[in-house]
Design a protein around this ligand. Structure first.
Ligand SMILES: NC(=O)c1ccc[n+]([C@@H]2O[C@H](COP(=O)([O-])OP(=O)(O)OC[C@H]3O[C@@H](n4cnc5c(N)ncnc54)[C@H](OP(=O)(O)O)[C@@H]3O)[C@@H](O)[C@H]2O)c1
Length: 276
């Protein structure tokens, strides 16, 4: 962890909280972290829990920071960025965690070409188990990328891509992905109830099985394909279920769903950026 950069968060909501908590827990000094928000009650609670300095004025915040994390909702990003114009130093590094906003739109709103990293975190970041996609614009150096990796590692694993359009693919896989697994758990709970289990037991079995399978996949040298083969005995119960899934084109269903998310991410980035 590079301890020298002072990091300022604009927006003190859920995601900034997860990031700051992870940073502080990883030993990043709270004196090097600052936040701004419109909500003074929220700022006060962040200050008492995390020990970070707080601001109600975004330009005052960035005057004291090297790295500026844009952690507001996509819908307000344009106005927040425009409000920073005049207070930006050429040495500033910007990091956007907003879903769907392209790097070029952020720079346009900031009023110039600045070093910028666009990221796509996902909700498990809130429990430090996130998967974050990252794209650096041409002005962001390898040192900048190392700083951003160290910051975003506070909420999970980082995956850099060299083309911005791949952020839409990341959105389709890991950004929206937690919901796919929640749907699977919900469906398995309902299926368990149809087979006679009570809801509490069916739900707990589904969630624990998803967690166990995920931990196994994350810790094994075998990929999911081999792990699945390992638990699929010929003519056994698992094979019966897998054949039923595949008879109904399970892989095709997943491919179509992720393609729909990818296309929607592309459409949304055009809509969100289409503001002067
Ligand atoms: N949560 C996730 O799992 C997740 C995953 C991927 C990406 N993201 C991205 O992360 C970003 C933040 O999400 P979040 O869930 O942390 O949102 P959030 O909880 O709503 O936090 C955003 C904060 O920014 C504040 N804010 C609004 N206008 C501001 C301004 N002009 N200056 C300073 N602060 C301002 C908001 O205050 P008010 O509430 O008063 O408006 C709010 O406290 C979003 O762009 C989202 O797309 C989130």
């Amino acid at each position: 962890m590079q301890n020298k950069s002072v990091i300022g968060f604009i927006g003190a909501g859920n995601m900034a909280y997860a990031l700051i908590k992870g940073l502080v827990n990883n030993g990043y000094g709270a004196e090097n972290i600052k936040i701004s928000d419109l909500d003074e009650t929220l700022l006060s609670s962040r200050n008492s829990e995390l020990g970070v300095a707080t601001f109600t004025n975004n330009t005052a915040l960035i005057a004291e920071c090297d790295v500026v994390v844009l952690a507001v909702k996509p819908q307000v990003m344009g106005n927040v960025c425009k409000g920073l114009q005049g207070a930006i130093k050429s040495s500033h590094l910007f990091v956007s965690i907003a879903a769907g906003i392209r790097a070029s739109d952020i720079c346009r709103w900031l009023g110039g070409d600045y070093a910028l990293v666009r990221t796509m975190p996902n909700t498990p970041a809130l429990v430090q188990q996130g998967a974050t996609g990252l794209f650096a614009n041409d002005l962001a150096s390898e040192d900048h990328k190392a700083i951003v990796t160290s910051v975003l590692s506070a909420i999970g694993d980082c995956f850099w891509v060299s083309e911005e359009k791949l952020i839409d693919a990341i959105t389709a896989i890991s950004g929206s992905g937690p919901a796919y697994f929640f749907l699977m758990m919900q469906s398995m709970t309902q299926a368990g109830m149809a087979l006679g289990l009570d809801e509490e037991t069916a739900s707990a079995l589904s969630v624990k099985t998803a967690l166990g399978a995920s931990v196994m996949a994350a810790n094994s040298d075998d990929g999911p394909k081999q792990l699945r083969a390992n638990v699929t005995s010929p003519n056994g119960t698992t094979q019966a279920a897998i054949e039923s899934f595949q008879d109904q084109n399970f892989e095709g269903i997943v491919a179509n769903a992720t393609r729909a998310a990818f296309e929607r991410a592309h459409e949304l980035s055009i809509q969100l950026g289409d503001v002067d």
